[in-house]
Design a protein around this ligand. Structure first.
Ligand code: NI
Ligand code: MN
Length: 230
């Protein structure tokens, strides 16, 4: 079995574990780099790190069409419930739960979280997915924080980190994050979508290779990373 992570641009991922499909932070129809449309995405679970538009704009449509369960912080799940979506699983920082595809732990992210209509989105979060092919840390939108060292103790196969700067860590802090997290591989995201968060991921990758033991995979939107062929 293999786990396939496909970057759909920005903070959006489609993760296939073989039996299950997950979508993380669905923002595709208005994402200038997305290789797919929301109507093409099949999944049983939708994970949302925080309430900003560029992380959940297509969640409602995908959830309504597929019946997928939304996994997010309590406030965001409650917001979707008020819209009539009952397949939600709310969590909060520090908690974990065994889903059919594997365990998910909700971890902190230093960021804000307001939903598109101005409702409070609670605390922004990241996720660690414990899958048979390795543990995956999805940082969401965040600044650097020292407790990434503790997340690094979770034996990470892959860390997916924002490097775009301005709204999240930039390349410099993301490099420090790699050193705290000590993952076997790192993949940059949340860059290239708009000029404001334009970075050179290849230049960043060079620095990571020089200064850490972590392998870097730079994806273009639509490209995939496969775990489990070790
Ligand atoms: Ni955000
Ligand atoms: Mn964002």
């Amino acid at each position: 079995m293999a786990t396939i992570l496909r970057w759909l641009g920005h903070g959006t991922w489609h993760i296939s574990t073989g039996k299950y499909n997950l979508v993380v932070d669905p923002f595709v129809d208005e994402n200038p780099l997305s290789p797919v449309r929301a109507d093409e995405l099949e999944c049983q679970f939708i994970l949302i790190t925080h309430g900003h538009y560029d992380h959940m704009a297509d969640a409602e449509r995908i959830a309504c069409r597929t019946g997928a369960t939304i996994i997010s912080v309590y406030e965001i799940c409650h917001w979707f419930e008020r819209k009539g979506i009952s397949a939600v699983h709310s969590m909060n920082i520090g908690g974990s739960y065994n889903f059919p595809f594997g365990r998910v732990k909700m971890v902190p992210a230093w960021h804000s979280s307001m939903l598109p209509d101005g409702s409070c989105g609670g605390q922004a979060a990241g996720f660690v997915l414990f899958l048979p092919e390795g543990n995956i840390y999805i940082a969401g939108d965040t600044g650097l924080f020292g407790d990434m060292k503790l997340i690094g103790d979770l034996n990470l196969e892959v860390a997916i980190l924002p490097i775009g700067d301005n709204f999240t860590m930039g390349p410099e802090d993301a490099l420090l994050a790699v050193k705290l997290l000590r993952p076997r591989r790192v993949v940059p995201m949340h860059t290239g979508t708009w000029p404001l968060i334009e970075q050179d991921p290849h230049q960043w990758a060079e620095r990571v290779r020089k200064e850490s033991a972590t392998e870097v995979t730079v994806l273009r939107p639509g490209e995939m990373l496969t775990l489990g062929n070790r």
